[in-house]
Design a protein around this ligand. Structure first.
Ligand SMILES: [Zn+2]
Length: 112
């Protein structure tokens, strides 16, 4: 992914409006590109600071730490989706094999 593409996704990452594929590519890029990570961090901190101003009474948290947590959470979401897709696919394949096996068994019994 190009830096310009990643930079254009920063706001959408913060708004949680990236789709699954975009999110995965974005996370991959900001993990390996310090310039885009810094960009994300700046926007994220500003966004969180504004949020915290709205939530009166809450103490100022460690915002940089918060971004790390947020990235970790996003990566976990990506991984969970991947595992879920893999499990569904595996279950589908097993089901097809069972059905095909049952069907073959039936045909074999009929024609015997
Ligand atoms: Zn970059």
């Amino acid at each position: 992914m190009e830096c310009s593409t990643a930079e254009s996704m920063v706001n959408r990452y913060i708004d949680r409006s990236l789709n699954e594929e975009e999110l995965e590519e974005f996370l991959e890029h900001v993990t390996s590109c310090s310039s885009c990570y810094d960009e994300l961090e700046t926007y994220f901190i500003v966004h969180e600071a504004i949020q915290q101003l709205d939530d009166e009474g809450e103490s100022m948290m460690d915002l940089q730490h918060l971004l790390e947590q947020d990235l970790k959470k996003s990566r976990r979401i990506c991984l969970t989706r991947k595992i879920t897709r893999w499990l569904v696919l595996t279950a589908a394949v097993i089901l097809i094999l069972i059905l095909a096996g049952g069907f073959a068994f039936l045909i074999w019994n009929i024609w015997r």
